[in-house]
Write a protein that binds this ligand. Sequence first.
Ligand code: CP
Length: 293
Amino acid sequence: MKHLIDFQDIENDEAKKLIKYVIREKQKPRNENLSKTVVMKFDEPSTRTKVSFSTASNNLGLYQIDLTKENTSSVKGESLKDEIITLIDLDVDLLVLRTSSDDKKIYNDFNEIGIISAGFGKVSHPTQALVDLSTIISNDGFDYEKPFVFCGDLKHSRVFHSAVELFPKLGIEIGICAPKEFLPKNLNNFILFENIDEAIQKSSGIEILRVQKERINNSENFNLNNYIENFQLNKAKIDKASDKLMILHPMPMNIGIEIDKYASENFRMFHRKQLSFGIAARKVALKYSLGLI
Ligand code: CP
């Protein structure tokens, strides 16, 4: 079994293959009967990721067991390590896990079970990256000569951290646009845009990221009003964009914070297109982790 937690050890050709499979699976969905057992453990809320992993599992003929932090022995103090060993001994093949923890190393010890990140803390959301990149690549108007820009709360975004690992493997340069408190420590691998107007003018597409209020602590001196004034994608900004600009959002949106209502309903928005890749991306992730891709 293989883990899908990040893309660091995945070669460019393998990344291209995964995206090709997602696009093909969306165009020609195929039901299978793999008869393996998958535990879905979502310790943080989820709508999109949970529903699409569940549907993908149904389509692949997997037996699903749903767990949450509250209904497992975690509440009695059991460690995650002991929990994973228990799942292995009970013949579980895959663990799809959403957790608030940023720890990615703990899973290296386990080869008998495939572990897939359904969102780890601030650091990893690989299937969202597969969704987003499949959406971008499938758009005939996408211009590889220009960067794709992530705008907003980069610091706390697992969507951003997985995209940074995956997108360059398919030749896409990454731009960033954020207030200084949300910028990555190392800016070397990015094209920095000072403001969202510039990002809109010079990019092939932008992904607006949610302000992760639940992960921002008081010491970070985040000023919400300043953020809205300077970095919100709003009517004035979006109306100046090219008709061909793709605007993505991983969802859920906070209308009135990172985006206003007018922009969220604009024809340039691709968030529903992103959702349409959700099940295909999770089917590919499950099959990858079972060693079938
Ligand atoms: N984009 C995303 O991960 O959405 P959910 O939290 O609803 O799964």
